[in-house]
Design a protein around this ligand. Structure first.
Ligand SMILES: CC(C)(COP(=O)(O)OP(=O)(O)OC[C@H]1O[C@@H](n2cnc3c(N)ncnc32)[C@H](O)[C@@H]1OP(=O)(O)O)[C@@H](O)C(=O)NCCC(=O)NCCS
Length: 197
């Protein structure tokens, strides 16, 4: 299978992500386009969307089915959420003299899960990151996001930190990372066609 991926510039991408997030019941607080623009302005980022044809549609309509946003994260972050993330990663992820990427948000619409779209987006982001000189990619999830944890396991992310939530262990945070070596690129399996919007 050939995965169809679109890479978006900032404003158009933010609107597309705001739109696709409406299809995710798992996300209690969906990101607005304005939030996405504010987060990604003045930093390196990648907005990717996988598309597929609607099943049983004679017109062969193509719809967005999976998305992923990754962005640069630095030791010197001043935006409160990112500064907090960097502080929590201290001791688990080395920032000095290295380029670190953050897997910010992503998901696949329920009807298209298990078809490799998220692997294709992840592999595309890793190929881009490696070519852009990134050393490591980090991601944060929670105990209760079992689909995401299973997926990150299959994508060979390593747990680097566990942050227990005393009130409810299912809300405990799990931080994972992957070193972006050339071996990672050689392990990629998806065939992808990428279009720049
Ligand atoms: C997690 C999610 C993005 C996976 O998307 P997907 O398009 O179904 O993933 P893929 O089909 O590309 O699967 C990638 C790999 O993960 C595995 N995988 C996917 N879902 C899995 C699950 N629920 N449990 C275990 N493994 C899983 C696949 O088998 C595949 O492995 P392989 O390529 O080695 O065979 C999707 O289930 C989702 O959007 N879930 C909701 C998002 C969410 O809860 N986010 C919370 C915030 S972190």
């Amino acid at each position: 299978m050939e995965y169809l991926i679109k890479q978006y510039p900032l404003e158009a991408g933010a609107l597309e992500i705001q739109y696709i997030e409406e299809f995710f019941w798992e996300f209690p607080r969906k990101k607005t386009a304005a939030e996405i623009v504010a987060r990604l302005s003045n930093r390196d980022f990648l907005i990717l969307m996988a598309e597929a044809t609607l099943p049983d549609d004679p017109a062969g309509t193509i719809v967005p089915v999976s998305f992923k946003i990754v962005h640069e994260i630095r030791a010197s972050e001043t935006e409160p959420k990112l500064a907090d993330l960097v502080a929590r990663l201290r001791g688990a992820v080395a920032f000095e003299g290295r380029k670190v990427l953050y897997n910010w948000i992503g998901g696949t619409r329920s009807d298209w899960r298990g078809q490799g779209h998220f692997r294709a987006l992840t592999e595309e982001s890793e190929a881009w990151a490696h070519a852009s000189g990134y050393h490591e990619v980090v991601v944060k999830t929670k105990n209760r996001f079992y689909d995401m944890r299973g997926t990150l396991d299959q994508l060979q992310f390593d747990v680097v930190k566990y942050e227990p939530n005393a009130a409810n262990n299912r809300d405990s945070k799990v931080y994972l990372s992957k070193q972006l070596t050339s071996a990672v690129l050689r392990s990629h399996t998806s065939r992808r066609t990428v279009t720049q919007v």
